[in-house]
Write a protein that binds this ligand. Structure first.
Ligand SMILES: *Cc1c(COP(=O)(O)O)cnc(C)c1O
Length: 452
């Protein structure tokens, strides 16, 4: 048996709030390995901070979600939301699982093409599409989801002047009971804007209307909004059949399903309050049976799920730089990873778990990052056992939006590895260095010399 870790005795003032109706104990099981690979070894080989992605978990998540939807609706296609995590290796795993690409910028579009995704399997969303991006996307038969009237006119101009035909859908926003409403993207359903856009599209012989799209928000915490959204989209779908004799290929219900991460305002943990993915799938798919089509003719259901498929497949390993006592007596732990690497900690209470055995005594603590900035706080309050300098922690649910929203601020971005299904570990993004960061910089001749 390993020797117990010695902890010096401490006397601390007790604050109300530490106990709750579920008692005061905290699960202190350390996370010593990820997918069977030891955290210690990962740090020895790749340093810290270190982002770790699990190939196994990504595939399992995608397969599970596909199964949940496919058992409820016959034609389902996922499209990986690039902005959620667009590391090549991550996207490739999704493409190997059969997912198309869902992109929201020319950069993401090019990234998907470079990886080998054919144009017709790219869904091009977002409010900003440059003319060069549109020309490329039209020529490559991408599915262009129009966001607003100016974009529609821009596409009409391009198709006219270059004599091209574009595959288009419109993004529709609607009141689904979520406030504030996400009405800044797409055409509104209730005020008739969506229909007005469709009328303009169907009379244009250079525009091939192939689908309807909505994406009602992100981290949606109940299933009902999806049902409402699907009902409204199906209404538009049927109207196109009735009034214009146009049958669309697909209905794209977007993403927005929650992950197992806990929001800051949430009292209970995510898994205790969120509906199951099965309930979400019921809500999305039930109204689709009300289209005027049946059997083979039923529209393809496209889903652009992001965070729900990747959040728990990502880990951030970080090292304890030091401990300190704040003026009010609270314990503070300083880590070598901060909000620069974990932008999502502004919204989420990421779970932080020690990576080695600890003593039994826990204390309410604040967890800070390495930046010389007051806002660099990962958790204002978390119950943690004593951690000493050079100990490691594993931060959970960091797969979504962290390696895309991370900032090169004060420090450089660290390595990202993927634990493969055969338990080998592959470096999938190297750490940045001074040369990489300064390479786009230009120093004018006149500023090159100084003497101090
Ligand atoms: C961001 C985004 C997604 C993915 O959203 P999640 O909340 O991560 O599932 C899907 N579709 C569109 C249009 C998006 O902008």
């Amino acid at each position: 048996m390993d020797k117990k870790v010695y902890e010096r005795p401490v006397i601390i003032k007790q604050y109300s709030g530490l106990m709750n109706k579920f008692g005061g104990t905290t699960d202190q099981t350390p996370i010593k390995d990820i997918d069977g690979v030891s955290v210690k070894q990962l740090v020895e080989d790749f340093g810290s901070p270190l982002f770790v992605m699990s190939e196994d978990k990504i595939r399992a998540n995608q397969r599970k979600m596909l199964r949940i939807f496919k058992t409820r609706y016959p034609k389902v296609q996922f499209a990986w939301s690039y902005k959620t995590n667009y590391l090549d290796s991550v996207c490739s795993v999704f493409h190997q699982e059969g997912s198309w690409a869902e992109v929201v910028s020319e950069f993401e579009y090019d990234k998907a093409r470079k990886l080998g995704v054919p144009g017709e399997k790219i869904i091009f969303n977002g409010p900003e599409k440059s003319s060069s991006a549109l020309i490329k996307a039209i020529k490559e038969n991408a599915k262009i989801h129009i966001d607003h009237f100016d974009e529609l006119y821009q596409i009409i101009e391009i198709t006219e002047s270059l004599n091209l035909k574009a595959n288009v859908a419109i993004r529709v926003n609607m009141d689904v009971g979520i406030y504030p409403k996400w009405d800044r993207f797409g055409f509104n359903y209730e005020n008739g804007e969506a229909e007005a856009a469709l009328r303009r599209i169907v009379v244009n012989d250079k525009l091939n209307l192939i689908g309807l799209h909505t994406h009602i928000g992100t981290y949606i915490m109940s299933a009902e909004p999806y049902r409402l959204a699907a009902v409204k989209i199906v209404e538009l779908f049927n109207k196109l059949i009735d009034e214009y004799d146009i049958t669309l290929e697909y209905i794209d219900m977007g993403g927005g399903l929650p992950s197992n991460n806990t929001l800051k305002g949430q009292y209970l943990e995510a898994d205790q309050i969120l509906p199951s993915y099965e309930q979400f799938a019921d809500a999305v798919t039930s109204p689709l049976f009300d289209t005027k089509l049946s059997g083979d003719k039923m529209p393809l259901l496209i889903l652009e799920s992001g965070r729900a498929l990747i959040d728990d497949a990502g880990y951030l390993i970080s090292e304890v730089i030091g401990n300190k006592r704040l003026a009010d007596g609270r314990r503070a732990v300083i880590l070598n990873a901060g909000v620069n690497l974990l932008f999502t900690s502004f919204w989420f209470k990421h779970k932080i778990v020690p990576a080695q055995d600890t003593g039994g005594f826990t204390e309410n603590s604040s967890v800070y990052g390495p930046l010389c900035m007051n806002i660099d706080c990962l958790r204002e309050e978390i119950v943690l056992p004593a951690l000493k300098r050079k100990d490691h922690v594993v931060i959970l649910n960091t797969g979504a939006y962290s390696v895309t929203q991370w900032m090169q601020f004060i420090t450089m971005r660290p390595k990202v590895v993927m634990i493969m299904q055969d338990k080998t570990v592959e470096l999938i993004r190297d750490s940045e260095n001074l040369e990489y960061i300064t390479s786009p910089e230009k120093l004018p001749e006149k500023l090159k010399e100084f003497s101090l």
